[in-house]
Design a protein around this ligand. Structure first.
Ligand SMILES: [Zn+2]
Length: 280
């Protein structure tokens, strides 16, 4: 764990696909410690990773783990939640998260078992027990966290967390650095959200993927450049009658070489963008 600011701890995910070797530890996850309580921000990608995170917390403090914030539906962020059940925290999620888990939870579980084998043991879908429709302030004792629910962007159930004490802005997957962004909500929505998010002053940001701490808002620049390129080139492809299956070949090629896992995710991003933009 890296302490990126006083009392703010982040574990750096690896830039790989989920596997037994990495226990689906591919996202940045962590926790924030107040005078009275601890808040986990993303419990990790599997029960095994969640248990390791819990052990890291207990090595530092015995304050109660009162909140487990689930930034969005993707398994690499939240499938470690079961490791915190015995702490009886509030599991906090966007008010659209239960619907997304109903739709995709079983599929994600199957895929995790395929990727991790026995390392997936103990992993369960844990639904949120406390929902955020707009914003929610959490008091950890001498430390206030602001949880904000967002309109569709990376997914349709993204939360961010702002630590007012250290001005640390935890963005989950609304911010990708180095690893290619995944569009699973709304491309246009994401670009709009970026305008709002980058106007919020912070001393540092924690991206969902990338280094554990980055300057804000400078670190959002490459992501915006990629998303703008996808939007611009996909609109052009639609206009010139190129079909959805082939569009990715001519969309945002200038971005290749700037991102890890580009070939794994870029074609899918273009397909998602195409479906959204062809209705404009
Ligand atoms: Zn995600």
């Amino acid at each position: 764990m890296t302490e990126v600011a006083a009392g703010v701890f982040v574990h750096n995910g690896v830039h790989e696909e989920a596997s037994a070797a990495n226990e689906d530890g591919i996202a940045n996850i962590g926790f924030i410690v107040g005078n009275d309580a601890v808040a986990v921000i993303d419990p990790g990608g599997s029960f095994a990773e969640g248990r390791a995170l819990r052990a890291a917390i207990r090595a530092l403090t015995d304050r109660p783990i009162r909140y487990v914030i689930l930034t969005h539906v993707h398994p690499d962020h939240i499938f470690g939640a079961a490791a915190f059940r015995d702490d009886h925290p509030d599991f906090i999620g966007h008010d659209r998260l239960p619907g997304a888990l109903n739709q995709r939870g079983e599929y994600y579980m199957r895929r995790l078992r395929d990727a991790l084998g026995d390392e997936a043991n103990g992993t369960e879908v844990v639904p949120p027990t406390r929902l955020v429709a707009d914003r929610l302030d959490l008091d950890l004792g001498g430390r206030r966290l602001t949880v904000q629910a967002h309109r569709p962007a990376h997914t349709d159930n993204d939360l961010t967390v702002y630590d007012n004490k250290t001005r640390t802005f935890w963005l989950g997957d609304l911010l990708f650095v180095d690893r290619i962004p995944v569009i699973d909500g709304s491309l246009v929505g994401w670009l709009n959200q970026l305008n709002e998010l980058t106007s919020i002053p912070a001393d540092r940001a924690v991206p969902g993927h990338g280094p554990v701490s980055v300057p804000w808002p400078a670190a959002a620049k490459p992501e915006r450049r990629y998303l703008e390129a996808v939007a611009r080139d996909t609109r052009a492809a639609i206009k010139s009658g190129i079909g959805i299956a082939n569009a990715y070949r001519q969309v945002a090629n200038s971005e290749r070489g700037h991102w890890l896992l580009f070939d794994e995710y870029h074609p899918r991003n273009v397909t998602t963008a195409y479906k959204e933009l062809e209705w404009e």
